[in-house]
Every structure is written in structure tokens, then in C-alpha cells.
Ligand binder design. Structure first.
Ligand SMILES: N[C@@H](CCC(=O)N[C@@H](CS)C(=O)NCC(=O)O)C(=O)O
Length: 210
């Protein structure tokens, strides 16, 4: 298996955390920059992209779903074992549409976080762009909505869920890149703090701001 990624990408980190949680070995093609169009591993031009024996997939949620379904019996290496365990699904079977809506909201929120970061490279910020100001408001509204959804034990009680991971990665990126303050919601803050020392998160740090 080969994963095209960067050390910063919150989308790639989601996949890297799942690979670590499942103890799946892979080769990482890491480039800490936006890849030139001619070197992009897929038509969306974005990372992560996973190549598994010739099957090439892009979009982090699709890749994670593929890994969960293709390697259901893979278990973490001893140094990655942690509780609660990784959920075996993207969405709880009995709460499918609720959880898929949560995942979609998290994806939208993460996209806005990354947009603000990448547009900042061109000097475009929420302070001088109405569109980016709207993205910032989207992040805040999504977090408010997620705070209503999350429990004191995360998005799915008893599990380290993909929803938890999809929340942790963009918010850690938001902090590491100093994109905007996001804290101030009791349950989301606690979820973030509870998992920050989990082995799979420690093994996939966001690289420092450059
Ligand atoms: N929806 C995609 C987003 C991936 C994405 O935006 N990746 C960024 C890095 S964090 C990227 O490669 N951007 C380059 C580009 O948009 O051309 C996913 O979930 O995988």
C-alpha cells in the first residue's frame, strides 16, 4: 500500500491515523508542499491518495471507508493499542444518516480550515475577503452544531470513531498553523484534550508551521 500525503494535511492525517490504528503497513510518499499539478497522484490534484495493489482512491472519507471494509480484521500493533477501540464503521449502523450528516459537516468544516490556510499564502484572509470571512463563520457554525451532537464520550459512545478523528485532525491543524481560535465549547474541547496523547495521534504529528 502506498499513501501520497503531506505531514500537515488534516485529511491525510485522518487516513494515517486509521492505518496506524489498524496496524496496516504502508509506504508513504510525503511532500510538505502543494504538489505541482504535473506531479499530482490523482485528478482532484489533492492528497491523500491511496494506492492499494493498483486500486487508486482519493478523498479521505472514501479511503477510510475502503480501509475499514477491506481490512476489517486488522488490529493495532501493541504500541498503538488504546481504548476505546477504533470503530469498525464510518457511521453506526443504527444511526447511519445522523452520523453521515456529522461526517459531512466535519468535512465541510475541515475544507474551510484548509481554505483559509492556503489562501493565506496569497495574502487573502478573512479580514480582506468576504468569502473567507464566510468560511470562518462556517467553521464557527459547524462547531456550534457539532457541540450539540457530541456526547461527553465523543461522537459514538464506546468507540474512537471516524467522526472523532475527523474532528481532531482539522482542529489540531488549526492550532498548529494558528489559523483561528476555535476553542470554547465544553464537550468539543474535552474530546480534543482527551485524545491528544493517543498513540496513533502522537505517531502522526502535524509538522511545525513554516
Ligand atoms: N476532500 C478532500 C480534501 C483534500 C485536500 O484538500 N487536500 C489538500 C491538502 S490538506 C490538498 O492536497 N490541496 C491541494 C489542492 O487542493 O490542489 C479529502 O477529504 O481528501
Amino acid at each position: 500500500m502506498k499513501l501520497y500525503c503531506s505531514n500537515g494535511s488534516p485529511f491525510a492525517r485522518k487516513v494515517r491515523i486509521v492505518l496506524a490504528e489498524k496496524g496496516l503497513a504502508y509506504e508513504a510518499d510525503i511532500q510538505d508542499r502543494v504538489r505541482p499539478v504535473d506531479e499530482a497522484p490523482g485528478p482532484t490534484l489533492a492528497v491523500p491518495v491511496l494506492d492499494d495493489g493498483g486500486r487508486r482512491l482519493w478523498e479521505s472519507d472514501l479511503i477510510v471507508d475502503y480501509l475499514l471494509r477491506t481490512y476489517p480484521d486488522s488490529r493495532p500493533a501493541a504500541d498503538m493499542a488504546a481504548t476505546p477501540p477504533l470503530s469498525p464503521w464510518m457511521a453506526r449502523p443504527d444511526r447511519h444518516w445522523d452520523d453521515m450528516t456529522t461526517l459531512a459537516t466535519l468535512a465541510s468544516c475541515a475544507t474551510s480550515v484548509v481554505n483559509i490556510r492556503l489562501m493565506g499564502n496569497d495574502g487573502i484572509t478573512p479580514e480582506n475577503s468576504d468569502y473567507l470571512a464566510r468560511q470562518k463563520t462556517r467553521i464557527e457554525r459547524c462547531l456550534d452544531w457539532l457541540e450539540q451532537r457530541v456526547t461527553d464520550e465523543g461522537f459514538a459512545v464506546g468507540w474512537f470513531s471516524i467522526m472523532d478523528i475527523a474532528f481532531l485532525c482539522p482542529m489540531a491543524f488549526c492550532e498548529a498553523r494558528e489559523i483561528m481560535p476555535w476553542r470554547g465549547r465544553r464537550k468539543l474541547d474535552a474530546l480534543f484534550d482527551r485524545h491528544c496523547a493517543r498513540p496513533s495521534l502522537l505517531a502522526t504529528p502535524v509538522n511545525p508551521k513554516r
